[in-house]
Write a protein that binds this ligand. Structure first.
Ligand code: SF4
Ligand code: SF3
Length: 553
């Protein structure tokens, strides 16, 4: 047997990656990730029971979230590092078990005798771990438990992975909620139950959506608490002469630490990919050497990093296997890992970015300024809700007919041109809201404005879907109608598991009529898709023209 992974949109043939991943994940790493996810379930079997008896352990909670985040697409390509996580998971599981057994003793109860992931013994070397992973493979589970059950269990797992990524960012900035960790454990424990019903699985998928909303709220509080509320900000998208570091991913704290450590060093710092919205945060943009944004979406990085004359720091997904030409000047940090790429670890609550700085100083930097060009970012919920009266007036007077949230991830598939074409075809009396990295396909085009309100409004990173929800709720209150009755349509592109978490959140909020593309998830069985279509009227994208006609009439 070979690996099987179908957790992201670019999965091979739209069914599953076998042999190796389209993302570049190798067979060994894929199987080790299966073992790691299995181990997290074992940890949560104990942790969820301990919690029912009032016993919690933060180390267990944080590790569970980190382990899930590690297995998100384009985060960890290093089998050695995943194996280290597996052995750490073994220790953490012992801790969780001790916590549970102690709590039982205190409560005068006999501990339950748990099986499956609670007692799974990880083998001592990578080859044997890979062998062990065979029993956990999705095709095998489908044979044993049926397609629908396995697919729904995986949908839930992917939603949890996405929520874990956001929970980890929030935790790094000091925002945590024991009730959030409790749901992670409860859901992971649920995934070990034999014979779940389809209804139970669907209800749990929505529970993950609710969990993710809470997590995104925490992260919003973490980001705005640490760096202030984003305000509309012009961002230069062309280079400035001089030494350079480009920072990619979603982790604002990493960017903040790097900005502090590069202060006065004569290095310009650029954002890349999902780091672009960082320019809107008052405390981050206060650093004058945060000079602009470099490059396009993540899938263009190999060519663009190759051409970048400085050092590169990857704080989260999406990293691609680097070319040899820039392997010595690209660095990973946090949970990102790539064999042969230098990693900047946490040491005593700090990260030392000196190797990144040295690599940047050793590179030529940009020889000259590029032609000046700017885009605007920074329309978080605070900024938009303060402008609500102007926006509401423009809607009431008929100047704004409709809002389109074109949100989600980007990817390499040609079908993703849909989103650019859609944005270009949106009539002039309509406003486009953007979120996440899918916007890179069209965010440098000039969309103009309506009575001073820009026609393209960037709300932020994928986790700023929280801001989008807040804005939609504020509009629904102002107009006295439900969100589904607002002149607002969601046209979403998905790629990895954070998008799955957000989609589940939108469904849990009862949002209907979402258009989803570029293709539907391979892990949704026809029967489940049918339910989603009937209950939530989810629609696959067709052509921009047809979809716009169907929405606007
Ligand atoms: Fe394939 Fe996506 Fe899994 Fe990578 S993450 S192996 S591309 S399905
Ligand atoms: Fe993009 Fe990877 Fe999803 Fe935060 S950076 S959205 S794909």
């Amino acid at each position: 047997m070979s690996m099987f992974c179908y957790q992201c949109e670019q999965t091979a043939m739209g069914t599953g990656c076998t042999r190796s991943g389209v993302c570049g994940k190798d067979d060994v790493t894929a199987r080790l990730q299966d073992v790691l996810v299995h181990m997290t379930k074992g940890i949560s079997m104990y942790a969820s029971r301990a919690r029912e008896l009032g016993a919690v352990n933060r180390e267990v909670d944080v590790f569970t979230v980190e382990a899930l985040f590690t297995t998100v697409t384009n985060v960890d390509f290093d089998p050695q590092r995943v194996a280290e996580f597996i052995y750490k998971a073994d220790n953490i599981r012992s801790e969780a078990r001790g916590l549970y057994e102690n709590a039982c003793r205190k409560a005068g109860k006999l501990p339950e005798k748990l099986s499956g992931p609670a007692v799974f013994e990880p083998a001592e070397d990578i080859d044997s771990l890979v062998k062990q992973a065979e029993d956990l493979e999705i095709p095998r589970r489908k044979e044993a438990f049926g397609e629908d059950i396995t697919n729904l269990q995986e949908t839930i797992t992917y939603g949890l992975k996405g929520a874990a990524a956001y929970a980890d960012h929030a935790q790094i900035l000091g925002k945590e909620d024991p009730a959030v960790y409790a749901v992670f454990h409860e859901v992971l424990d649920f995934l070990t139950k034999p014979d779940p019903t389809i209804d139970e699985l669907l209800a749990t998928a929505l529970k993950v959506g609710e969990l993710n909303l809470k997590v995104m709220e925490l992260l919003d509080a973490a980001n705005t608490g640490a760096y202030g509320h984003p305000t509309p900000t012009q961002v230069r998208v062309t280079p400035i002469k001089g030494k350079a570091i480009v920072v990619s991913g979603h982790d604002l704290r990493d960017l903040d630490m790097l900005l502090e450590q590069t202060e006065g060093k004569g290095i310009n710092v650029y954002t890349h990919g999902e780091m672009l919205p960082a320019h809107g945060y008052p405390k981050l943009k206060a650093h004058k050497h945060l000079v602009g944004n470099y490059g396009g979406a993540w899938q263009d990085q190999v060519r663009e990093f190759d051409e970048f004359p400085g050092a590169i720091l990857m704080t989260t997904n999406c990293i691609q296997r680097p070319r040899e030409s820039y392997k010595n000047r690209i660095f990973t940090t946090g949970l990102v890992a790539m064999p042969g790429v230098r990693h900047i670890p946490w040491v005593n609550g700090k990260k030392d970015f000196s190797p990144v700085i040295e690599a940047a100083l050793a590179q030529p930097g940009f020889a000259q300024d590029g032609e000046e060009k700017y885009i605007t970012v920074g329309f978080g919920h605070n900024a938009l809700i303060s402008a609500a009266s102007t926006i509401i007036e423009a809607v009431k007077s008929g100047k704004i007919r409709h809002f389109f949230l074109i949100g989600g991830c980007d990817g390499a598939k040609p079908g993703r041109n849909y989103y650019t074409e859609f944005a270009q075809l949106v009539p002039e009396d309509c406003v486009i809201l953007t979120l996440a990295c899918g916007k890179y396909r069209f965010n440098k085009l000039d969309f103009g404005s309506i009575d001073g309100i820009p026609r393209l409004i960037d709300i932020g990173q994928c986790n700023d879907a929280y801001s989008a929800v807040q804005i939609a709720l504020a509009l629904s209150e102002a107009f006295g109608v439900s969100v589904n009755e607002l002149p607002l349509s969601l046209v979403l592109s998905w790629y990895e598991q954070k998008a799955v978490a957000i989609l589940l959140t939108l469904l849990a909020l009862g949002i209907k009529n979402i258009r989803l593309g570029p293709s539907l998830p391979a892990f949704l069985s026809p029967a489940v898709l049918q339910t989603l279509v009937e209950k939530y009227e989810i629609k696959p994208i067709s052509t921009p023209k047809e979809d716009l006609k169907a929405i606007l009439g």
